[in-house]
Design a binder for this molecule. Structure first.
Ligand code: ZN
Length: 305
């Protein structure tokens, strides 16, 4: 069985999912697809802009709450942002729109890059961030990799590259699904979806699936060939701690967080019942489900020492 790339621990098979064998590190509880899909499978899957172009989403990101969020980063004037795997490019757009400086957007999807150029972002690079040094010697004050690394067969070089591209006082925000979070089990649709997929591959009983989902074997949001990894905060912490040039903070944010989940819960037509009774109860449930391993989004704020 493969050694864990993050902590060197032993891995074990936990179950099959969507036709892929899933293994988990016994030590840090990071899960991954055992045999990564080949390039052809991935190219077919990503052929042409998987990220929905939705002008409504663009308006959401140009909302003042993102301005407030960017302000909390305390960036220098005319800051440089690097948006890694930025999909629809709306975070680059917000960064420039609110006057923080210039964004450099880099993504593997040529169609996404074309779209982002049409938004008026000047610095758009269609490549892997590990090759960015071929294009520029710039260092960046704000690097954002938002829900990217869980998609990659080999995710750690991206983290190392981003750290190398950070300016002395810069901040690198690495955001990904929290592989051990149970918060989303409160969403019936999400839970039923996992149940169907686990049943199909493993023939587990409802009770066994319930037990798995409420344990470390949850591997939250693992969905090959899209999401190939379910990282634990402990695993990434162990990996980042090996780098003596950086310091970092680990945070988790709710699926309902208005910055880290900008497109969730946008229901303008709420009844009194939903607003005053259903939602508060749901929020208590989400809180309780977050107690074992934190909330849905795992966020590392990485700076140089
Ligand atoms: Zn591990």
């Amino acid at each position: 069985m493969q050694k864990c790339l993050l902590c060197g621990g032993e891995s074990e098979f936990i179950y099959s999912l969507d036709g892929y064998a899933i293994i988990q590190c016994k030590n840090c509880k990071t899960s991954r697809v055992q045999s990564m899909p080949n390039e052809e499978t991935l190219n077919n899957y990503y052929n042409g802009f998987k990220y929905s172009i939705n002008e409504e989403n663009k308006q959401l990101i140009l909302d003042q709450r993102f301005n407030k969020w960017l302000k909390t980063l305390k960036l220098p004037r005319n800051a440089k942002m690097l948006d890694i795997g930025g999909g629809n490019g709306y975070f680059s757009l917000a960064f420039e729109h609110f006057g923080y400086g210039k964004a450099t957007y880099i993504d593997l999807d040529p169609k996404a890059c074309k779209y982002v150029e049409s938004l008026g972002i000047n610095s758009v690079i269609n490549d892997n961030v590990n090759n960015l040094a071929n294009f520029t010697n710039d260092k960046f004050d704000f690097i954002y990799a938002r829900h990217v690394i869980e998609h990659l067969t080999d995710p750690l070089p991206l983290i190392d590259s981003a750290i190398n591209l950070l300016s002395d006082n810069g901040i690198f925000i690495l955001q990904l699904p929290n592989g051990l979070s149970q918060e989303r089990l409160t969403e019936k649709k999400y839970y039923n979806n996992i149940k169907t997929r686990l049943k199909k591959d493993n023939n587990f009983s409802n009770f066994k699936i319930f037990k798995i989902m409420h344990s470390n074997k949850i591997a939250a949001d693992l969905a090959p060939p899209r999401h190939l990894w379910a990282f634990s905060s402990n695993g990434l912490k162990k990996y980042l701690s090996k780098n003596k040039n950086i310091k970092f903070k680990i945070k988790t944010y709710s699926i309902m967080d208005k910055v880290y989940s900008p497109f969730m819960g946008q229901n303008k037509y709420e009844t009194y019942f939903i607003k005053k009774i259903f939602k508060p109860i749901k929020n208590i449930l989400r809180f309780l489900y977050s107690i074992p391993a934190g909330k849905t989004h795992l966020v590392f704020e990485i700076k140089k020492k």
